[in-house]
Design a protein around this ligand. Sequence first.
Ligand code: MG
Length: 374
Amino acid sequence: MAAHRIERLRVHRIQIPAKAVHSHGSGDVAGIHVAILELTTDTGLTGWGEASPWPVFTGTAEGNAAALHVHLRPHLIGADPVQVERHLNTANKVIVGHPEAKAALEMALLDLTGQISGLSVCELVGGRQRDDIGMSFSVANPDFDKDLDDIAAMWADGVRIFKFKTGFADHGFDLMRCETLRTLYGDAIDIRIDYNQGLPAFDAIRRIRDLEAFRPTFVEQPVKMHERAALAEITRAVDVPIMADESVFDPIGALYGATHRIADIFSLKIMKSGGIRRALEVAAIARAAGIEVYGGCMFETGLAHTAGTHLMAAVPDLTLECEFYMASYYAEDDILVDPFPVSNGRVKVPTGPGLGVEINPDQLARYAVAEVLA
Ligand SMILES: [Mg+2]
């Protein structure tokens, strides 16, 4: 007889507006639209999870809310929350895809397991390798003058990593922005580039070579997610390291990516892999193949950022840091009681049991865009 049983499952679908529109090679985004999972036990504990989809990339908030409410609920009510892998295995058998819903499920289960055991999530999945992680901000405002003001403010906050979202306007705009930042901040700035699939494969190598002049640390996902052969060719052709994001979701994708050497770096995202444990498997495959990893995110609240932080705290080797900037520098508001902790350009890894954060229920009600599914 388990000591704790899941007694109640609720799904809150919320939308939080952004401070500014962000443009990407795959389109514009003006806010955060996510499904929040609330699991309560018969012993009075509450575990929280978040499904943060991007419709042009992974799935939809509506679809993930339904996955949790309709398809996964029957397998969770009355179940023992600490049997995490058993529940993930069941989830994979009853619903295909929906990795964000599975990430939300694992997040809430690990939050509960951590509260029950007194360990934080990063300790449950292998241990705390680091206490803080450098944070990258994505430069994606079509109004570059506004971005320059924001970058100056973040520079004063200690942020040194800036990732340009490219491929949504013309090539000259991308070159101009990189040149401007390299000139303004010299060698102290760490410039990265993310095309979000925005380059035509036939012309990708030439355009990336133009950008190499500004010494980016990496170039992320230049071509479409399914153009893996082209991605491998680009990786071989250019000097700058190439990162696969949309082209590598999970361990199966990572195995293909490593076998065919489609990139030098994989972006880890719990919303692609279906949670922290699967993302650590992606990291393990990458490590065995000599491929670097990076802490990526979708359009998330501080809750999913916290889970991502625990993942990246547990990854054995990390040199490229993370991009958990949304809660502090993109969204107008958040659902955490205490602000998602960033200081001097670094994300702090929480130390409390479980995820180590508290959710403000008033904020869930304030940003609700649908009835709570209960
Ligand atoms: Mg990306």
